[in-house]
Design a protein around this ligand. Structure first.
Ligand SMILES: *[C@@H]1O[C@H](CO)[C@@H](O)[C@H](O)[C@H]1NC(C)=O
Ligand SMILES: *[C@@H]1O[C@H](CO)[C@@H](O)[C@H](O)[C@H]1NC(C)=O
Ligand SMILES: *[C@@H]1O[C@H](CO)[C@@H](O)[C@H](O)[C@H]1NC(C)=O
Ligand SMILES: *[C@@H]1O[C@H](CO)[C@@H](O)[C@H](O)[C@H]1NC(C)=O
Length: 289
């Protein structure tokens, strides 16, 4: 099968961030400059170097337009949403956990990997694996602080021990839908029916992070991937499956269903974990706008 289609599917989505922040304005939005660390989980929408470290070099478009970036390793010519978020918080771009050259984890770590699903997709780096990487990262940081790190260079590259004050950002799920469709010969009913179990797995992951002290969650819903120009150019949707914006209706309907259930899940998580904050970010509407 052609994994390129799937992995590129969730790559660069350019849209105005103005839209994004309008969608999330409200009581859930936290004050700026509060966080000194970000831990991110996801797919190529927010992969700042894992794919390049774990597999091989990414050819342009790879972030080559980002000023000052020594190793462009993104699935986009410029910045990803995660880059805009870190800039907005006055933090440096977040380094991939697997990137061993020149990385610092003083301001967090990025576990997102191109092609990564929550449960089922073309990459082994599913959400559960990314979370287990985070847990190992955290336990090593704590162990290093417990021991006597005399090396100032090592110390300068470590985040603070206050994992409960960090921001946890998550952007994942598109691959479960897109790859599912691709490998099931567009069995929309089956993919639609799989959403509850995929989100149950997502929920377990969030709870695992909560158990590891995470309290501030910033969760992106899935984008309008029925509109990805590259895919629609290569695989033209039939006229009866195309909306007025040129998007594939059937794929966007699945995305909408996923988002509806994700939103319900987040409402439940808020009730269950009263001392945590969950911000649901409507990427889908921002994309459509
Ligand atoms: C979530 O899915 C992944 C990938 O299939 C699996 O390894 C993990 O055990 C699942 N987590 C839970 C809590 O079921
Ligand atoms: C830490 O290590 C340094 C250098 O090895 C040593 O001088 C210092 O006494 C140690 N401090 C503690 C608290 O063990
Ligand atoms: C997807 O499944 C839900 C039930 O889980 C149903 O309400 C909805 O109509 C289905 N959507 C499509 C596009 O089939
Ligand atoms: C669109 O038309 C094709 C035939 O051209 C048909 O096979 C397909 O089922 C139709 N799809 C929808 C969503 O109506």
């Amino acid at each position: 099968m052609d994994c390129r289609r799937v992995s590129y599917l969730v790559g660069c989505f350019v849209f105005g961030l103005g839209g994004l922040f309008i969608e999330v304005r409200g009581q859930n939005v936290l004050p700026k400059c509060f966080y000194s660390e970000i831990y991110n989980f996801g797919d190529s929408n927010s992969d700042t170097g894992t794919t390049s470290s774990a597999y091989t070099t990414i050819n342009p478009p790879n972030g080559e337009l980002i000023p000052g970036l020594i190793f462009p390793t993104r699935n986009c010519d410029g910045r990803l949403i995660i880059d805009f978020i870190t800039e907005n918080l006055k933090l440096p771009y977040v380094n991939a956990y697997l990137d061993s050259i020149g990385s610092t984890y003083k301001h967090g770590a990025n576990f997102a990997t191109g092609g990564a699903p929550i449960v089922k997709g073309p990459s082994p780096f599913n959400l559960a694996l990314q979370i287990s990487q985070f847990i190992q990262f955290k336990s090593r940081v704590l162990a290093l602080y417990k021991g006597n790190i005399s090396d100032p260079i090592v110390r300068a590259r470590l985040p603070s021990v206050e994992f409960k004050k960090a921001l946890y950002t998550i952007d994942i799920g598109q691959l479960d839908l897109a790859y599912g469709l691709f490998t099931s010969n567009n069995d929309y009913q089956a993919i639609n029916a799989s959403i509850p179990s995929v989100l149950a797995n997502f929920s377990q992951g969030v709870q695992q992070l909560y158990n590891e002290e995470a309290r501030f969650f910033w969760i992106h819903n899935t984008g309008s991937w029925g509109c990805v120009p590259r895919t629609n150019k290569m695989y033209k949707p039939t006229p009866n499956d195309t909306d007025s914006a040129g998007c594939r209706i059937s794929e966007n309907l699945i995305a909408q269903e996923f988002n509806k259930q994700l939103k319900d899940l987040i409402v439940d998580l808020r009730k269950k974990f009263l001392d945590a904050r969950f911000t649901y970010v409507d990427i889908y509407s921002a994309n459509m706008n």
